[in-house]
Design a protein. Structure first.
Length: 568
């Protein structure tokens, strides 16, 4: 009889040096390499009032160099932080690459931010230059900024001195691509995009080249902010290589064959969007099809006219597509690589058999940390999130003691590797990572005997009901397929005998006739009985609080559900 001790839950991915498809590991090095490969091909396009704006790879390179020249002329130096507050537009990408070429650090700011959130993000990030959309739909960001800092109304261009934002010296305002009132605030300190670029024309390109060559893979490259669903958003600082590795990697993980025409209507201030869309498109010699913000009718027209084959979106967006007047008539035969594809596969012209690879990752790991490729068989995946990607090491620990647990035992997922963050800004390394350099994710799961990760959601969000553990993410994935559901999120509400009661909060589509019984019946056909929510609450969109990054505030939703049930 064997008494062998089970191996510990520590799993190493293959060496990064052995990963196929990798290239230069800096942001400027990546752009140079894809430009050398695909120079005259179309790198991006965006609809405008006059038709379609199109940039080749060569144009993207030259536009990025222009931004770098302007930043150098503005005093941006090594590791200077430059904020980007824009919708999806070509200038967002030329800014990201231009900041990298100049040796700076791009800071992604959400256009969904409230004034209070934006104030906190600007102050915490320490940006010296802010490149911002003057207007996004009905929001005049110039007026928002002037309200936050009245000194903006008095200072001239590049002469701002603010005690509230002590590092901020320059604000560059871009004309809107989402429409709006021509009477937007024009403060004296706002420099136009054209004037900003003009100030860099005397900076020699050779200086930009020298700066780009001096950038190292371990240098800081970009700063994201967490969604802040439970607390103040954390500033997550990433190295240059974290971006480049994932840009080279995503086509392999997604099993993309040939040039991809990759659409996005979601903000590049999300790490998942900037890494996946840029990587899938540019690393394959394809095209980024930009939509400044998600609007269903235009999205369908773009997919058809631009022969889009890769989509990155969310189930609640696909639900809105079915309400668009051109949904039934759109020709979507080109679509192949579709994330969260179940609803789109109901369209008669969509014939894709591609499966989204199951991955695990966080903003702190700059998206994917574990995965197999999309063409891996379901038998090999076996419901897992794959194995650690090249260069990564994963361990599962007891969240209370920190000890590594045996394989098969549940615990907290910890990760380290080349795409792991440099740390949280304002925090010491020991306050961001454990003693061995691992990031404790706060997510629960286990690894099996061959090293596959089984992710079970946030440790703090797993619903413990009647002695069973229920993942709200599993329920929400099925809920998104329910006819008439526009948005759905499941929470655990304290219960006297169950510990927690499973409650799904649902925002119906406009005009949809659904009720609690209808939703429960749909879920009962697809979930084990103990996972079916005991209550389904129908909410108005306005009742669902979201963060600056568009994520639902789970704590606030749980509190709302508790109050609604108590009142009933």
């Amino acid at each position: 009889m064997s008494t062998a001790t089970p191996p510990l839950s520590i799993v190493r991915g293959p060496p990064l040096r052995d990963e196929p498809g990798q290239g230069a590991h800096t942001i400027p090095g990546y752009l140079r390499e894809v430009t050398q490969r695909h120079g005259t091909a179309e790198a991006l396009c965006m609809p405008t009032a006059d038709g379609m704006l199109r940039w080749s790879y060569g144009t993207l390179w030259s536009k990025s160099v222009e931004v770098a020249q302007a930043l150098i002329a503005s005093g941006v130096g090594k590791d200077s932080r430059v904020g980007i507050l824009m919708v999806n537009r070509p200038e967002y990408l030329s800014a990201v690459f231009g900041i990298g070429l100049a040796g700076g650090v791009s800071v992604a700011l959400s256009t969904f931010s409230t004034p209070a959130e934006l104030e906190q993000l600007i102050a915490a990030s320490g940006i010296s230059v802010l490149l911002f959309d003057g207007r996004v739909l009905k929001r005049d960001f110039g007026a928002v900024l002037a309200e936050l800092e009245p000194a903006l109304r008095r200072a001239g261009p590049a002469r701002l001195q603010s005690a509230k934002f002590p590092f901020l010296k320059q604000l560059v305002r871009l004309e809107s691509v989402t429409g709006g009132d021509a009477a937007d605030l024009q403060a004296p300190c706002f420099e136009s995009w054209q004037a900003f670029l003009a100030r860099g024309r005397e900076v020699p390109v050779s200086l930009v080249e020298a700066r780009a060559a001096s950038v190292a893979p371990a240098d800081a490259g970009g700063l994201f902010f967490s969604s802040g669903t439970t607390s103040t958003p954390k500033g997550i600082l990433h190295a240059q290589r974290a971006f480049a590795i994932q840009w080279w990697r995503w086509p392999r993980v997604m099993s993309v064959k040939g040039p991809a025409r990759a659409w996005t209507g979601n903000g590049f201030f999300w790490s998942g969007n900037i890494t996946m869309i840029v990587g899938v498109a540019l690393s394959t010699g394809g095209t980024i099809v930009l939509q400044p913000y998600f609007e269903p009718e235009l999205a369908l027209r773009l997919w058809e006219s631009e022969r889009v084959n890769y989509l990155s979106g969310r189930p609640h967006q696909w639900t809105r597509l079915q309400e668009a007047p051109n949904w039934a008539t759109a020709d979507l035969r080109s679509l192949h690589y579709i994330t969260n594809s179940d609803l789109l596969k109901t369209h008669p012209t969509v014939k894709s058999d591609w499966r989204l690879p199951m991955t695990f990752g966080t903003t702190e790991t700059n998206t994917a940390a574990t995965s197999y490729s999309a063409d891996t068989s379901p038998e090999q995946y076996a419901g897992s999130a794959g194995e650690p990607l090249p260069g990564n090491i994963l361990k599962i620990i007891d969240p209370d003691t920190g000890a590594v647990v045996p394989r098969g035992q549940r615990g907290e997922v910890c990760i380290k590797g080349p795409t792991l963050m440099l740390g949280y800004i304002g925090k010491a390394v020991e306050d961001s990572l454990d003693d061995e350099g691992y990031y404790r994710t706060g997510d629960g799961g286990y690894v099996d005997e061959i090293g596959r990760l089984y992710w079970e959601g946030r440790l703090t969000e797993i619903i413990k009901t009647g002695g069973a553990n229920v993942s709200p993410l599993e329920i929400d994935a099925v809920l998104a397929l329910c006819p008439g559901v526009k948005r759905g999120q499941t929470v655990g509400v304290p219960h006297a005998t169950l510990g927690e009661m499973v409650v799904s909060c649902v925002v119906p589509q406009d005009g949809a006739a659904i009720d609690e019984a209808t939703v429960q019946a749909f879920l009962k056909e697809r979930l084990a009985s103990f996972k079916v929510p005991r209550r389904v609450l129908l909410l108005d969109e306005a009742e669902v609080q979201v963060t600056g990054n568009g994520k639902v505030k789970t704590g606030a939703l749980r509190e709302l559900a508790g109050k609604r049930l108590a009142a009933a």
